[in-house]
Design a protein around this ligand. Structure first.
Ligand SMILES: NC(=O)C1=CN([C@@H]2O[C@H](COP(=O)(O)OP(=O)(O)OC[C@H]3O[C@@H](n4cnc5c(N)ncnc54)[C@H](OP(=O)(O)O)[C@@H]3O)[C@@H](O)[C@H]2O)C=CC1
Ligand SMILES: O=C(O)C1=N[C@H](C(=O)O)C[C@H](O)C1
Length: 248
């Protein structure tokens, strides 16, 4: 039986994660912590693994507190940069407590990222459009940032030429932002949940990859898989792909 704590338990993802943990036979929910709760042994109630869905400004401190408490974090909160990931990697290795951080736990989104990585070298142009509910704190989404980085790395590895773009005048930033040299567009629209489209173009053809997460339950099989896997994966695992056997 895996003893699980949920951090950010009162939030949208935290509530869904609590329900998912309570619905399976191999896990027991031992603690629900939120913004005013200390992350320490007393409050973690003997948890083996902590699922963390909070806010970008606090997630790194929460993860270090969990590692100090000997509890393996499974983190879905976004806003991570390379330096913060590296600090967690070092702490996890030094403490011997494993961690997993993934910008997206939905199978469709993980596969879009993987297919985008594979497709990137074959196309002249690539752009990422992420579309979310208007309560989202960060832009671009963690998933879009990761997708752009994977595309950029694949293009670099293939020695791709810069993407064509004749724009000379864009005073209002309508061409979107740039992540690792890949244009990223963030839409916030009432009625949406979490969606991403990756557009690839060549002369005379287009490839569109799209993930639609209509409901937060879409993230739960990935969260549960990560909870089951994290203690067997030394150090820091970044992304769900390796847990799903999508190693590259
Ligand atoms: N990886 C994935 O698959 C997914 C990732 N996400 C990401 O998960 C994160 C959370 O999203 P969502 O659930 O929608 O956000 P919510 O705002 O609904 O929930 C966040 C919760 O965390 C609480 N909180 C804030 N600070 C702390 C803290 N220091 N310690 C503990 N709890 C704290 C908040 O409390 P209060 O309101 O009082 O501040 C709130 O209850 C976001 O970064 C989002 O992008 C979302 C969906 C899927
Ligand atoms: O805030 C959300 O809702 C989501 N956040 C994650 C992200 O930023 O990529 C994952 C998913 O898109 C939902």
């Amino acid at each position: 039986m895996i003893r699980v704590a949920v951090i950010g338990a009162a939030g949208r993802m935290g509530q869904t994660a609590c329900q998912a943990v309570e619905a399976v036979d191999d896990m027991t929910l031992v603690a629900r912590l939120d913004a005013d709760d200390a992350i320490d042994a007393d409050h973690l109630c003997g948890a083996d693994v902590a699922v963390e869905f909070t806010i970008p400004a606090h997630t790194e401190a929460n993860v270090h507190a969990l590692l100090d408490a000997g509890v393996a974090p499974v983190v879905g909160t976004t806003g991570w940069d390379d330096a913060a990931l590296e600090r967690v990697r070092e702490h996890a290795c030094a403490s011997g407590v494993n961690a997993l951080i993934a910008p997206n736990f939905a199978i469709s989104a993980v596969l879009v990222m993987e297919f985008a990585r594979q497709a990137a070298r074959y196309f002249t142009s690539a752009e990422v459009i992420e579309m979310h509910h208007p309560n989202k704190l960060d832009a671009p989404s963690g998933t879009a940032a990761q997708t752009a980085q994977l595309i950029a790395q694949a293009r670099r590895d293939a020695g791709a030429a810069p993407m064509p773009d004749a724009t000379q005048m864009d005073p209002d930033g309508c061409r979107g932002g740039m992540v690792a040299g890949v244009p990223v567009h963030a839409v916030r629209l009432a009625g949406l949940n979490a969606h991403e489209e990756v557009l690839f173009g060549n002369t005379g053809e287009q490839l569109v990859l799209r993930s639609d997460c209509f409901d937060r339950s879409s993230f739960m099989p990935g969260v549960l898989a990560a909870v089951r896997a994290v203690r067997n994966r030394p150090g820091l695992t970044h992304g769900l792909a390796p847990v799903l056997g999508l190693e590259h």
